[in-house]
Design a protein around this ligand. Structure first.
Ligand SMILES: Cc1cc2nc3c(=O)[nH]c(=O)nc-3n(C[C@H](O)[C@H](O)[C@H](O)COP(=O)(O)O)c2cc1C
Length: 464
């Protein structure tokens, strides 16, 4: 294996190596060894930055540099969720943002300024009375020299200080001195979040123009605790920041859209179900893209494990019948995009109790019946949206099947994709689609699912 001494690298190369090592959780020496191993194995492995599978260094959404040139002051306060802020820094920087970190004293009990500074590649501000930082009234500069302040996690304590205009440490002083937009991601024990004092503070902060993302409901980092209080996931916070800083035109403002996404689960008995491999990535991305263009979006999602897109109302469903019910309830709408991989069939009568294996009797027979066709129902509905878009997931004769579907289902266009396992589309991050309409077939290149979503949303906007 080739060898290289870190000492001999110039400063900028050293800095790049330092950042890459921090991102991949390795020492600089380990990172260098990984790069050299990658050089020997070929360029594909080098790009991965991973010990095992070749995962791209930056996800495809990040390739869009949605926050290029934006300066984010990230205030980390003292909650367990502070560990997620490390990932948040990385996600923001991948999108081109410059992240200036500020940590409360309590935050430094949870994550170290060293890790935060290495990931942000910037000085970490911690002290109101720092002689170096305050030479030029640093706290006022911090409050103003940014496009947005994000507080993640925001503790109950810091929110209480903000709501009462207190300024007794660097974080609270900067938050009082700023005139820039502030987005906070609260994270705390559900009892703290539900407490009347916190409720009052949340209300005050909302009136003061502070933007919130989360908290989410779910399991807490403390074992055995669940409820509302989990910090929003880093990508949700990024999407919230993007939405606040986005002043691009909103051609779909005032339009209502319904998007379906994910698989459906069709019960066999209380513990078993029929499902498919849909991840929801494409449908969720489309819902987010429509929302970014200003549409008021209802996302009806089957069971998925990915994060909710920012700025959309999410209705969670299980089966095709539930999905149709939720879609119909969301009408009227101007736009409907049916991306969900809805099961064509369900079990005619799902058993009330778990079906038991009986010795010598062989497998229990499953009688299937057809599920409602959501696209066709809405395509011919009295309240049909102005624009109806269907997805056709095929493994053969992709275009001819989509053309037949277009006429039969009353859609304006069908987005057809080949989901044969070899394409890696189902569950993957990329998609290659054809847009089939009465005007013909458009062949789109191989794109990330985020890019497909943006292009599709732009095309939908042209219809209004
Ligand atoms: C282990 C541990 C976990 C904590 N987690 C949280 C939390 O998630 N949210 C919160 O509001 N406070 C949490 N606290 C309490 C805060 O750390 C405490 O209120 C502190 O004063 C906050 O300071 P700061 O707002 O200046 O960062 C936790 C405390 C401990 C010891």
């Amino acid at each position: 294996m080739a060898s290289l001494t870190i000492r001999n690298l110039d400063e900028s190369a050293k800095q790049m190596l330092r950042e890459r090592a921090a991102r991949n959780g390795r020492s600089m020496e380990e990172e260098m060894r990984s790069i050299l191993a990658g050089l020997e194995a070929g360029p594909d492995t080098l790009a991965s930055g991973s010990r095992t599978a070749p995962v791209p260094l930056a996800p495809s959404a990040a390739e869009r540099q949605t926050l290029a040139g934006k300066r984010i002051l990230l205030i980390i306060s003292g909650g367990i969720a502070a560990y997620k802020s490390l990932d948040l820094i990385r996600r923001l920087r991948e999108r081109g943002a410059q992240v200036r970190p500020l940590m409360t004293a309590a935050a430094q009990e949870f994550v170290t300024p060293l890790a935060v500074g290495a990931l942000a590649a910037d000085h970490v501000y911690t002290d109101l009375f720092s002689r170096e930082d305050e030479q030029d009234v640093g706290h006022i500069r911090l409050a103003r020299d940014c496009d947005l302040i994000c507080v993640a996690p925001a503790t109950a304590d810091l929110m209480a200080k903000m709501a009462n205009g207190m300024a007794n440490d660097l974080a609270s002083t900067v938050l009082l001195a700023t005139t820039q937009p502030v987005l906070i991601a609260p994270a705390m024990n559900p009892a703290m979040w539900a407490h009347k004092a916190t409720r009052r503070n949340v209300e005050t902060l909302g009136r003061d123009g502070i933007h919130f993302i989360g908290p989410m409901a779910g399991e807490m980092a403390e074992s055995g605790e669940a409820g509302k209080g989990r910090m929003a996931e880093p990508l949700q916070i990024v999407a919230g920041i993007e939405a606040l800083l986005d002043n691009s035109p909103r051609p779909l403002a005032g339009r209502r859209a319904i998007v379906t996404s994910g698989p459906t689960h069709e019960p066999i008995d209380p513990v078993r179900y029929i499902a498919n491999r849909s991840s929801g990535k494409q449908g969720h991305a489309i819902a987010g893209a429509l929302a970014r263009l200003g549409a008021e979006v209802t996302l009806v999602s089957g069971p998925v494990t990915i994060a909710d897109p920012a700025g959309v109302t999410v209705i969670r469903v299980e089966s095709a019948a539930n999905m149709l019910e939720a879609v119909t309830a969301a009408l009227p709408a101007d736009i409907a995009v049916f991306v969900a991989a809805v099961a064509d069939w369900r079990v005619a009568t799902s058993a009330a109790n778990k079906i038991k294996k009986k010795e010598g009797e062989g497998p229990a027979p499953l009688q299937l019946m057809e599920n409602p066709d959501i696209l066709k129902t809405i395509g011919h509905h009295a309240d049909r949206p102005h624009l109806v878009v269907g997805f056709a997931a095929e493994t053969a004769d992709v275009v001819s099947n989509a053309q037949a579907k277009l006429a039969r289902k009353g859609a304006d266009f069908i987005v057809a994709n080949d989901v044969s396992p070899a394409t890696g589309i189902m569950g993957g991050d990329r998609n290659r689609v054809r847009i089939v309409s009465k005007d013909g077939v458009e062949d789109w290149p191989d794109l990330s699912k985020g890019e497909v979503a943006d292009r599709l949303a732009a095309r939908i906007a042209e219809a209004f």
